[in-house]
Design a protein around this ligand. Structure first.
Ligand SMILES: Nc1ncnc2c1ncn2[C@@H]1O[C@H](COP(=O)(O)OP(=O)(O)O)[C@@H](O)[C@H]1O
Ligand SMILES: [Mg+2]
Length: 208
């Protein structure tokens, strides 16, 4: 029997992530090598062998925080600023490095600082792809009034730095909804849509 190898080893100040898939490792490491804002410091990365199995590892500074959405008084405006800074860092001809897998557990809030982690799905794409997907988590989280207040704050702050495009927004939102719903169906079969989900989605489709 092959012993189970954890994919994450947490130390007091360091988190080491182990990969068996070199493609995922390369994609994640590429982001750390760019050194964008709001990403933990890379400490070391490479190849190793554990119990006869070849593995790749990335060790980054451990962020002493939690998923932002678990901290009810997080600032949508500041998260909008963090995401704009992350996108602006690589922005060129309408595209930028997008996180893609921007579920709440992959955005940590420590004090008042936001950090993006887990880049194995990242790719260059339109920023609208990232933002629509991030906001779909809020669609399911908030009643309508809170949703428009939070989403509006994020979008206003984001657009101080990067202007979103209406056509790309519509296309990206449709794609993000498909991706979001497929993921929920796959990982969370008991998932029940929030009461204001449709209303929130309608607002999102018309806002840009
Ligand atoms: N640098 C870090 N600092 C603090 N916590 C981290 C860090 N990296 C990962 N984690 C924690 O470990 C979890 C899983 O790591 P992640 O890189 O998202 O891997 P996975 O691909 O398994 O989702 C994260 O949701 C977060 O709670
Ligand atoms: Mg993750």
């Amino acid at each position: 029997m092959i012993p189970e190898i954890p994919t994450l080893i947490t130390y007091p100040n360091v988190v080491s992530k182990l990969f068996t898939d070199k493609e995922l490792f390369d994609r994640e490491l590429r982001v750390y090598h760019l050194v964008p804002p709001h990403v933990p410091d890379l400490l070391s990365a490479g190849e190793t062998e554990i119990m006869g199995q070849k593995l790749y590892y990335i060790s980054a500074k451990r962020i002493k925080g939690q998923a932002y959405l678990d901290q009810p008084n997080f600032s949508a405006q500041e998260l909008g600023g963090a995401l704009a800074a992350f996108h602006a860092f690589t922005f060129k001809a309408g595209k930028c490095l997008c996180h893609i897998d921007n579920q709440p557990q992959n955005i940590l809030l420590a004090g008042s600082k936001y950090y993006f982690i887990d880049f194995s799905d990242s790719r260059y794409d339109f920023p609208e792809v990232d933002i629509t997907h991030l906001l779909l988590f809020w669609v399911e989280e908030y009643p309508f009034v809170d949703f428009i207040s939070h989403a509006g704050s994020l979008l206003n702050r984001y657009q101080e730095d990067i202007t979103l495009n209406r056509d790309r927004w519509s296309i990206s939102l449709k794609q993000s909804i498909t991706r979001f719903d497929e993921r929920r169906a796959k990982y969370n079969k008991a998932f029940k849509r929030a009461e204001d989900s449709s209303r929130n989605r309608d607002w999102l489709s018309a806002v840009i």
